[in-house]
Design a protein. Structure first.
Lengths: 161, 438
């Protein structure tokens, strides 16, 4: 037992000396990405165009990745828009509300993003133009611990690359 | 330079176990221990002594199993390292155990000598000396002595000379910046270090059970994948080459493999896989259209507990290590997640949600005898102490539409549900995980 302890202790101290070389970086990282429009004319085929004229997102029920009737209508419009701008590629983000474990919500967000992805693919959009990613509950759209916020956070968002 | 700590036990008692501790007995009345001044013979060693005494006293008190008898009551004020105590004086103030120590400089570095006495029996139960090359290791001396005292008296393995890796959080909830960070188990600020710079989102770090490696998830170039981080070398490496999201990683008990979820991008169906880190051989363990995630090995490596919604709602299941013999074990109300097998093998910690609250509890490995330990509006991520007696987890406060609230903090609790306290972190903290003993 003593031998083992000593061995572990040696490893631990080696670690302590190495760890000192890690730089401590203070400060927040700019999580910048300007989002919304600057007024005036909207350039066709852009994210702004998608948001204003089509709708960039669909919403899900609690713990569900099924597309609602409303969601399908939005995605029909997105598909038509994507056909209109064939050079546009997109990434679909799947999100969950905060009422679930982190890992389960990563899986759920993935299913939601995929539901959007497959709907668009079935609507004839070349899958080479589509990517998707889950953000679980990590990036809420609306901050708040109430159903109004949750309903807007259970979403699939289409982003023009 | 390689630093090491040189430890000599003069006696090698097996567990002395004057204090019988079982996890089923509920609230334990803390045992009184007197800790004399840790004597020094110059300004430096006196200062080290004060630090060491404070660490030992805090550790033992925080365990919930001890309290330190107030120093003002001590009748005998001598250094008792080389001198037999007047046990009657210590009985009078109702100290059940007595620890005395001193610190000296030697040609090998800084030397601590310690003796531990059973006051009621008037016997010495531990005597040791411990040498470290320099003062950077003084805190570890305090933790090591704490472990020895805890082990000698309770008969359980200690947990003080350990570290906690967690996710440090800062910024608005919709753009939260998260960094891996590590600190001593007591959260002492001098031990705190950031491991990542915050550029990429990081989640769910977990220690290997028998070395200083962490597995975690990172969004590098917006691709969510499982990584390992070798704390000895500082090297980070992706686990496997997967075409889609990998997440929810944990080490196998031999620390050679990682069990995790992989979501096939052709189906977005999360299944549990086991990957050998060295050979890269990959084994798929589940095959179901539902979500399968949050796998956690039993310490004997024979079973895996995991979270699945294959029956409609998220519940807890166990399976053999090869994926056979899948059984649902969660039986109570509500939905379940985040199961973690105890390092003792006897219990599974879990999270459950019965609207509107979240709960952390433990159950037997067959799902029987579910007990809730703590509840709140939002809490998750239970992680076991290496001796299987305590859990750490995090709470999150409610957030408000004006962007306030949502603070996260790391907490420690005895699995009897008593003795909860916060583990201080410089910023918000979530997803804590405990290292093995250093």
């Amino acid at each position: 037992m003593l031998k083992k302890l000593l061995l572990l202790v040696v490893a631990g101290f080696f670690l302590a000396s190495c760890a000192a070389t890690n730089t401590e970086q203070g400060g927040d990282v700019d999580a910048a990405s300007s989002s919304t429009a600057s007024g005036g004319d909207i350039t066709a085929g852009t994210q702004e165009d998608l948001i204003i004229n089509v709708g960039d997102r669909v919403f899900f029920e609690f713990d569900s990745s099924e597309l609602t009737v409303d969601a399908q209508a939005t995605l029909d419009a997105q598909a038509a828009w994507l056909q209109q701008y064939p050079d546009t590629n997109i990434t679909i983000e799947g999100h969950a509300d905060e009422r679930g474990t982190r890992e389960y919500n990563l899986a759920l967000g993935d299913k939601r993003a995929f539901a959007v992805y497959s709907y668009l693919a079935q609507a004839g959009i070349d899958t080479n133009r589509l990517e998707y990613v889950s953000w679980g509950k990590e990036r809420p759209e609306v901050i708040g611990s109430d159903e109004t916020a949750y309903a807007q956070n259970r979403r699939g968002v289409t982003l023009v690359n | 330079m390689i630093k090491f700590l040189f430890l000599i036990f003069f006696f090698s008692f097996k567990a002395f176990a004057a204090l019988e501790v079982t996890i089923a007995q509920g609230k334990v009345e803390p045992t009184p221990i007197a800790i004399t001044q840790v004597f020094g013979n110059d300004a430096d060693t006196a200062r080290y002594g004060n630090t060491i005494r404070e660490i030992i006293s805090n550790n033992l008190t925080n365990s919930g199993l001890f309290y330190t008898v107030n120093e003002d009551l001590y009748i005998q004020s001598d250094n008792l390292v080389e001198k037999v105590p007047r046990f009657e004086d210590w009985k009078l103030i109702k100290a059940q155990f007595l620890l005395s120590a001193d610190v000296n400089k030697t040609d090998k570095g800084i030397q601590l000598r310690m003796r531990l006495y059973d006051v009621f029996n008037g016997t010495e139960i531990e005597k040791l000396q411990l040498t470290v090359p320099d003062e950077d290791l003084i805190r570890r001396v305090g933790h090591t002595v704490s472990d020895i005292v805890y082990e000698r008296i309770t008969g359980e393995t200690g947990y003080f000379d350990t570290r906690i890796v967690y996710v440090s959080e800062v910024g608005p909830l919709d753009q939260r910046v998260k960094r891996l960070a590590i600190m001593d188990q007591d959260g002492h600020i001098e031990s705190h270090q950031f491991l990542t710079d915050g550029k990429n989102l990081v989640l769910t770090p977990r220690f290997a059970p028998n070395n200083q490696t962490i597995t975690y998830m990172e969004y590098k170039n917006n691709l969510p994948r499982v990584y390992i981080y070798d704390l000895l070398t500082g090297e980070r490496e992706i686990v496997g080459d997967f075409p889609g999201m990998t997440f929810a990683p944990r080490f196998s008990p031999d620390s050679k493999s990682v069990v995790m979820s992989f979501s096939d991008p052709k189906t977005a169906n999360s299944e549990i896989y086991l990957m050998d880190i060295n050979t890269r051989s990959l084994e798929r363990l589940t095959n179901d259209s539902g979500i399968d995630t949050s796998p956690s090995f039993s310490p004997d490596g024979e079973k895996i507990v995991f979270n699945s919604d294959r029956g409609g709602s998220p519940q807890i299941f166990t399976m053999n290590k090869d994926g056979t013999n899948i059984k649902r074990i969660s039986k109570g109300r509500g939905v379940y997640g985040n199961p973690v097998w105890s390092p003792r093998g006897d219990l599974i910690a879990f999270v459950k949600n019965i609207k509107p609250n979240f709960y952390i509890g433990v159950m037997d490995t067959n799902g029987e005898n579910e007990r809730i330990i703590v509840q709140d509006f939002s809490l998750e991520s239970p992680a076991w102490s290496p001796n299987g007696r305590y859990l750490i987890f995090y709470r999150q406060q409610r957030s408000n539409t004006d962007g306030t609230g949502g603070e996260t903090s790391i907490h420690f609790i005895d699995i009897t549900g008593y003795n909860e306290r916060i583990i201080p972190t410089p910023r918000d903290g979530s997803d804590p995980a405990w290292s093995p003993l250093l």
